[in-house]
Design a protein around this ligand. Structure first.
Ligand code: AKB
Length: 322
């Protein structure tokens, strides 16, 4: 049970975002104040610094027990099945991304001790083939063609609904592809932009599963972490979007990323063998208009393509890290 201070519950804590977010949250709120949960424990040392408990978000009773015992004031609900993995198992994606989220919303709404804020990420996957592809507006056509996008869109509507009906302070960002070196991404369409760094260093070659001229919005993890925490710290009355905010940083194609890595690292062999993920990427925006996030809570990215590549290469070369 928490000691009256902020207490943070994180679901899906062992994923690409969760692993780093748990570290950041523990720096801010204290190690014992952040309970990391996931289906299985992770080997990453970040989890040794504070409490961890196994939790399947489909187990509502288990979630309820954790909330009653730990009494979180905030929940970061990160458990989700990403786009490529969801196409392989749509039923699982529906269950985890929708039923799992409903469990979190319901438990948060009726928790005996107040849950003040819930964070529930969305994705650029909510957009679809009829959405304007360049500078995609905050409010526009959302006609996702992937099961992941459909579940994220339902999630956005539920966030808005729980805020309007129950005054549950749900906050959300439509993440672009996240690039990081500490924990690999799991099952996304944008994963090529992380894999490439590891392969270039070990094999000096990489075969991309997206074609050379596929532009997608991307973001470096330090920006994603800072943006997420800034949104969660923003005064509630400043927030005009309760579905999910567009948040942009950079946009590039696999060819442009390869060229930048060559400039900074040296020659390597780049090949292309597009698979089913090409179809997913082709239905997503190339770039986002994030004016609303900038106006409402002061969002401003710090990393562009050049800075991100430099930092990734520097850190991936380091032998041991947490
Ligand atoms: C994915 O590729 O599925 C994710 C996302 C953009 O939500 N990285």
């Amino acid at each position: 049970m928490n000691s009256g201070k902020e207490a943070i519950l994180v679901t899906g804590a062992c994923g690409q975002l969760g692993t780093e977010l748990v570290g950041e949250l523990r720096k801010i709120y204290g190690e014992g104040q952040v309970l990391a949960t996931d289906m299985k424990p992770s080997e990453n040392q970040v989890f040794d610094s504070g409490p961890f408990q196994t939790l399947n978000v489909l187990d509502k009773k288990g979630l309820q027990e954790i909330v009653e015992r730990f009494r979180p004031t905030q929940i970061y609900h990160l458990a989700a099945i990403l786009s490529a993995a969801a196409e392989r198992n749509p039923t699982l994606a529906w269950d985890v991304n929708i039923a799992g989220f409903m469990n979190v919303l319901d438990v948060a709404k009726s928790a005996p001790s107040k849950v003040y804020k819930v964070y529930a990420p969305s994705s650029i996957a909510v957009f679809g083939p009829h959405t304007p592809r360049r500078d995609t507006p905050q409010h526009t056509i959302t006609d996702p063609t992937t099961v992941y996008g459909i579940t994220k869109l339902v999630g956005e509507r539920l966030s808005d609904y729980y805020f309007a009906q129950y005054q549950l302070d749900v906050r959300s960002i439509r993440y672009p592809g996240l690039i990081s070196y500490k924990t690999p991404p799991g099952g996304g369409t944008t994963d090529y932009a992380v894999e490439i760094f590891h392969k270039v260093l070990t094999d000096r070659k990489y075969v991309s599963f997206l074609g050379p001229d596929t532009p997608l919005p991307m973001m470096y993890m330090p920006d994603a972490l800072r943006g997420t925490l800034e949104l969660m710290e923003a005064p509630a009355e400043k927030l005009t979007i309760r579905s999910s905010y567009n948040m942009a940083a950079m946009c590039f194609t696999p060819h442009e990323l390869a060229e930048e890595i060559k400039r900074q690292f040296g020659e390597f062999e780049m090949g292309y063998s597009p698979d089913f993920r090409q179809h997913i990427a082709d239905s997503w925006p190339a770039s986002l208009d994030d004016t609303q996030a900038r106006l409402d809570w002061g969002w401003l990215p710090r990393f562009g393509l050049k800075e991100m590549v430099a930092d990734m290469l520097k850190n991936i070369r380091l032998p041991a890290r947490v």
